[in-house]
Design a protein around this ligand. Sequence first.
Ligand SMILES: [Fe+2]
Ligand SMILES: [Fe+2]
Length: 197
Amino acid sequence: MELIKSKTFANLVRAYAGECQARTRYEFIEYGARNEGYVAMAELIDKVAYNEFNHARMFYSFIQTASDKPIENAEVCAGYPFKEKWNLLDNLKFASEDESNEAVKIYPEFAKVAKEEGFTDIANLFTNITQVENCHKMLFEQLYTQMKNGTLYKKDKAVKWKCSSCGYEHTAKEAFKVCPICQAKQGSAMLKIEDEN
Ligand SMILES: [Fe+2]
Ligand SMILES: [Fe+2]
């Protein structure tokens, strides 16, 4: 089957658009986090946005293989979420829901179709990216829960905190209010995220 005439081609276009939008939404969230002083959280979200850029890049690369000529227009029917407003806590929850939708529903289905149509490499790409989106989902879930419960910088037991701007470390239940080396505020203390894998 020719890629350009396949369902997989349309799914690649949908996925590419979805990744571009996810990246932009995360830049919105990152911008909000940084404005509110959650520097370390912003850095984590920025990394997720960069992951989405690279997913988009890989989908784009496969789209390019579908035709020798420039693709003037690829028209597909698709829907995308527009839930985020400008509340950081809500946005973290929405982001985790959107990642879950990609990881649980959309990409596994796209992988299945690609496999049925004989595009093994593309099926593998969808499957591998599903795993990453699942990790993103868990990251956003943890950020949401910790922020909601007030445990981003406060733990039951003493833990090691590290300043993301200068590397200062100390062990305590609560992260430094102001870093004694670089004067960064508490929002620069690196967050405790359990390994998703
Ligand atoms: Fe992605
Ligand atoms: Fe993601």
